[in-house]
Design a binder for this molecule. Structure first.
Ligand code: UDP
Length: 184
């Protein structure tokens, strides 16, 4: 809801997203990504997007803390996957798997695949960012079906859809290197 334009931001997001897709592909994650074709475009396979936003959280922050009494910054005992219905008119509400099956967006076995891929991506990226001295707090993914119906990772991966905290930050202060920096 808060808007601003930053020169060069699209180029940066394109570059970050491309690098992350390259890394995920190296780890055999199925994605729509083909290649970066210029500084602000990527070429991707055509997919039919599944209207679910898949959020994985390692640390409690944002909407999880607003909707529960979990203290922001609490490390979760295990990664939590939250599903949201991707629908602007409805404001992307949190949704249960049962309601997702009721709406017939995805089959239970397919949702299982989505969750497995999401956990694998978390393991790859958590380690990757840790080596850069960053904590991967949470992130949002979108999936789609390719022409053969296979479920693959789609959309983008950038600091617009994840939270990254600087581990060099002093005195327990949260130093966001993502869109929270602008929002806060
Ligand atoms: N997120 C996103 N798009 C959305 C909602 C959330 O990319 O429409 C990302 C967000 O950047 C964060 C994670 O999903 O990395 C969890 O967001 P949260 O549910 O805490 O909501 P927020 O506090 O960002 O509104």
């Amino acid at each position: 809801k808060k808007k601003q334009i930053f020169k060069g931001k699209g180029i940066l997001n394109c570059s970050i997203s491309s690098s992350i897709f390259d890394l995920l592909i190296k780890h055999k994650i199925p994605t729509h990504y083909i290649k970066k074709i210029n500084e602000n475009s990527i070429l991707a396979k055509k997919v039919e997007i599944i209207p679910i936003e898949v959020v994985l959280r390692n640390i409690a922050y944002g909407s999880l803390c607003k909707q529960t009494n979990i203290v922001p910054g609490t490390k979760l005992k295990q990664p939590l996957i939250d599903l949201y219905y991707k629908n602007d008119n409805l404001n992307d509400p949190l949704i249960t798997s049962e309601r997702i099956f009721l709406l017939d967006f995805i089959q239970p076995e397919e949702l299982q695949v989505v969750k497995e891929i999401t956990h694998n991506i978390n393991n790859i990226l958590k380690d990757f960012f840790l080596r850069l001295n960053l904590t991967l707090v949470d992130f949002k993914l979108e999936f789609g079906r390719d022409s053969s119906g296979k479920i693959i990772l789609a959309d983008e991966f950038s600091p617009d859809n994840c939270r990254l905290w600087d581990r060099n930050s002093k005195n327990g202060k949260i130093e966001s290197l993502d869109k929270d920096r602008f929002r806060n």
